[in-house]
Ligand binder design. Structure first.
Ligand code: NAD
Ligand code: LMR
Length: 340
């Protein structure tokens, strides 16, 4: 009995080692803007992720406190705080994934494009440093307007000679999170089982949820239901901005969405098969140079940009409508990067 119990103990031990997160490769993650509304809960969620071994928290102010606080959580990663531009290089060195929620959020009445003047410069500075200190990292861009900040990042990396289109991602996961939540409520299906692709971009009508491809199909939704769900997903950010009444935009749901996307990037890097998330990436899916769609993530970042699948007439119409706005936002980002 003793020996059988010890052998089962040791096989349990082996099994748990085989699946132990500590056995997963060392991965360094940086959060830039880590003392902000998104940055703080995102730092906590990344501290809870067993795939992370080193967590680097950077901001222009406030990161020593955030890092000290988060570092007491008894999980795998070592946490370090970096503050001010002269510590940015050290924050970035050796990073596998860099998440950027740095910059100003909207207030009621503003569009995401109204943030361009301030956030474009912030993103440019941060991406210049990424090109220098961790040119191989996967970059998860959260700062708005994503439809422009991703093209800015691409141009900065091109200029530095480090651009790899497989490693630059606009984070649109919050649109997917919202579409799943709203769909589950309306279709009366368990939210944990729901999948809804969201394509296009990340602003207003450029956000195009594909409810015709939603899974599982629940009680039949009318055309009016689908229109209302689409509008609510497109206006999800504004719904939060208005409810916060001047105190910023989505932070907690965004931190959740950002952590889901970063986790998918880490899984891809670690060789987990079939990791698919929607993201705004360089794309040949439409005639626009960047577009959000389902993307398969692998050991080098984007393994495959997946197509749109079959669209309903309503979605086809939405796709044509979004293109001029998305094109203009992309061009605005490219022009900014060239002009500065
Ligand atoms: P916030 O103001 O609470 O935090 C932003 C943080 O960025 C602050 O701590 C600030 O000090 C820091 N920061 C400013 N300049 C910096 C620089 N040069 N380097 C490093 N850090 C810098 O704002 P928030 O609510 O966390 O939102 C951040 C950004 O994320 C906004 O642009 C917002 O629009 C965007 N956002 C995007 C999504 C999305 O789905 N992609 C969702 C929500 C918010
Ligand atoms: C969101 O979708 O919540 C973000 O892009 C923030 C915003 O300004 O709406």
């Amino acid at each position: 009995r003793a020996s059988s119990s010890s052998s089962s103990t040791s096989s349990r031990h082996l099994l748990s080692r085989a699946y132990s997160a500590d056995a997963s490769p060392e991965r360094k993650i940086a959060v830039l803007g880590a003392a902000g509304g998104i940055g703080q809960p995102l730092a906590l969620l990344m501290k809870l992720n067993p795939l992370v071994s080193h967590l680097s928290l950077y901001d222009i102010a406030g990161t020593p406190g955030v890092a000290a606080d988060v570092s007491h959580v008894n999980t795998r990663s070592e946490v370090k705080g970096y503050v001010g531009e002269d510590q940015l290089g050290a924050a970035l060195e050796g990073c596998d994934v860099v998440i950027i929620p740095a910059g100003v959020p909207r207030k009621p009445g503003m569009t995401r494009d109204d943030l361009f003047n301030i956030n474009a410069g912030i993103v440019k500075t941060l991406c210049t440093a990424i090109a220098k200190y961790c040119p191989n990292a996967l970059v998860n861009m959260i700062s708005n307007p994503v439809n422009s900040t991703v093209p800015i990042a691409a141009e900065v990396f091109k200029k530095a000679g480090t651009y790899n289109e497989k490693k630059l991602f606009g984070v649109t996961t919050l649109d997917v999170v919202r579409a799943k939540t709203f769909y589950a409520g309306k279709a009366k299906v368990p939210v944990s089982e729901v999948d809804v692709p969201v394509v296009g971009g990340h602003a207003g009508i450029t956000i195009l949820p594909l409810f015709s491809q939603a899974k599982p199909q629940g009680s039949n939704l009318s055309d009016e239901d689908v229109k209302a769900l689409t509008k609510r997903t497109q206006d999800g950010g504004t719904e939060v901005v208005e409810a916060k009444a001047g105190k910023g935009s989505a932070t907690l749901s965004m931190a959740y969405a950002g952590s889901i996307f970063a986790d998918a990037c880490l899984k891809g890097l670690n060789g987990v098969p079939d990791v698919v998330e929607c993201s705004f990436v360089q794309s040949a899916v439409t005639d626009l140079p960047f577009f959000a769609s389902k993307v398969r993530l692998g050991k080098d970042g984007v393994e495959e940009v997946l197509g749109l699948g079959s669209l309903s007439d309503f979605e086809k119409e939405g796709l044509e409508k979004l293109k001029p706005e998305l094109k203009a936002s992309i061009e605005k980002g490219i022009k900014f990067a060239h002009g500065n």
